[in-house]
Design a protein around this ligand. Sequence first.
Ligand SMILES: O[C@H]1[C@H](O)[C@@H](O)[C@H](O)[C@@H](O)[C@H]1O
Length: 603
Amino acid sequence: FAEKSRRHTVADGERSLIGSPSRHSAAGGDLLDQDAPTPVFIYVLAFFSALGGLLFGYDTGVVSGAMLLLKKEMNLNALWQELLVSSTVGAAALSALGGGFLNGWLGRRICILVSSLVFSIGGIILSIAPDKVVLLVGRITVGLGIGIASMTVPVYIAEVSPPHLRGQLVTINSLFITGGQFIASVVDGAFSYFEPRWYMLGLSTLPAVLQFFGFLFLPESPRWLLQKGRSQEARQVLSQIRGNQSIDEEYDAIRTNIEEEEKEAGGGGFIILRILGHGPTRRALIVGCGLQMFQQLSGINTVMYYSATILQMAGVRDDKQAIWLAAATSATNFVFTLVGVWLVGETLVILLIVSTAGTGFSLTLLAVGFLLSAQNSPPITLHPVDLQNSTCRQYESCEFCMLDPNCGFCYRENGTSVYDSSCVPVNQLSTDHAAWGRCSNQTEATDSPIWAYNYCPTSYSWVVLMGLILYLAFFAPGMGPMPWTVNSEIYPLWARSTGNACSAGVNWIFNVLVSLTFLHVAEFLTYYGAFFMYTGLVVLGLLFVQGCLPETQGLQLEDIENLFTGQLCSCGGSSPNGNRHVHYIRVKGNNYLPSDNDASDVE
Ligand SMILES: O[C@H]1[C@H](O)[C@@H](O)[C@H](O)[C@@H](O)[C@H]1O
């Protein structure tokens, strides 16, 4: 029955809607003819919307490489570096939360226009910034743009896409995010040869302007228009984006659903309070926010941000070389997101489970690599007289020296063995040198000692490197894009803006929390402790996905809310044979789980 099921529309309000397992089995089959060619216009819409993802990726990605160069040029101390990095993410958290209201009030299209305008202004400020204060203003401005884009774009794409392409098209936004991060890392590499370097921060103006002008000509989401009672426009847009296909049934289904939803959830009042008071939507919100939280708790942005350090541990000493290798890291993230776009059409839940389990395994490997390095950390053999009486004198091995942000490890090496090693204070103006002594004035001469800040020489770097690559290969197709994709589709229309605002806000808040605390966590727990901790958090994430996430692939947006009518976190248990696809039939607003017996009644 499940395999043969087709969505069947009866009359005004009286419908049978049956979700089916994969894109091959025609969810929405009668509403839209899947065999008809998909109009190119949908791809144009997805492309211009996903430029928002590109800007999100570029602006969050460019800063780590830029900082390596800018800190020298503008004499930035640690506080300023932290401010310039996290102000963008902090501003994104605020504007994502506020974006929910704008999204519901002004519509998706206006919000995308606003975000591209804000991005353009931010980009111009960054390009002409004469000093660090103006740079900070620019970084906050682009952050405001990122927040709105991050919650609006997936919703817009989901609302204009035909059901069988929705997962893939929304995931393209995530592909653009990792693509933006990759372009940023290449730009970082290229700009390390040019001056002045802060232009690289302003380059994002180009796609922002392109998106702004593109969206002047692109339509509003038909679902939002219908919700606002602008039915004529909604009909027009729907026929524009569906090409030659008949839109009557899809139009009716959306309209009836909006009416039913409004009746069920009751109108008026603050939407967030209505969400919290309405069981299925509250459960969807918990699932959406949970996925976003676990995405960030898996430490993706520490891996991205500290990949240069990890690569240094693997033996790369040159700044420029580290920047280029960090580009290879973000290329891995990008390429494997492409795998996600390809696989999302199959089954989202299994993709997410395999991705989360693999991410956990890779984190364990990273932790073991760091543990082996720590256990074999080179001892400190020289204890030069320290006139400043710094904390660095007390350490007996490189491991503890490197975990103290005030100290670095100065050593010589012979093949793989380390000798003449000392732990000395770092130069507060540039972490590239020691404050005094042999490593304070580094020359490129072969016999000059080596200065290691934030890392230790180790022969287990290959374990760490393997962990890093495996981490990205597992994270990028599932845990990276899916929280965004799932959130774009699990809320009923009246709660969609607010639901996405909350979950995007949770993503950004945990992003700030994890990346700002990483070095402190490492100081208390050591690197391997920190990565074991992330492993533990990912295991919790795995239990959450396994227990709470229902399959949404191929369902009409209007049906997905039905998946949350049961108890939270019983979804996994409802399918003992491992088939997690829940098939609902809606008849006059009631939901039934069909069995073989009642299928014939409905058909
Ligand atoms: O989905 C994205 C993506 O995976 C990025 O690589 C990451 O930096 C973001 O924080 C995340 O939200």
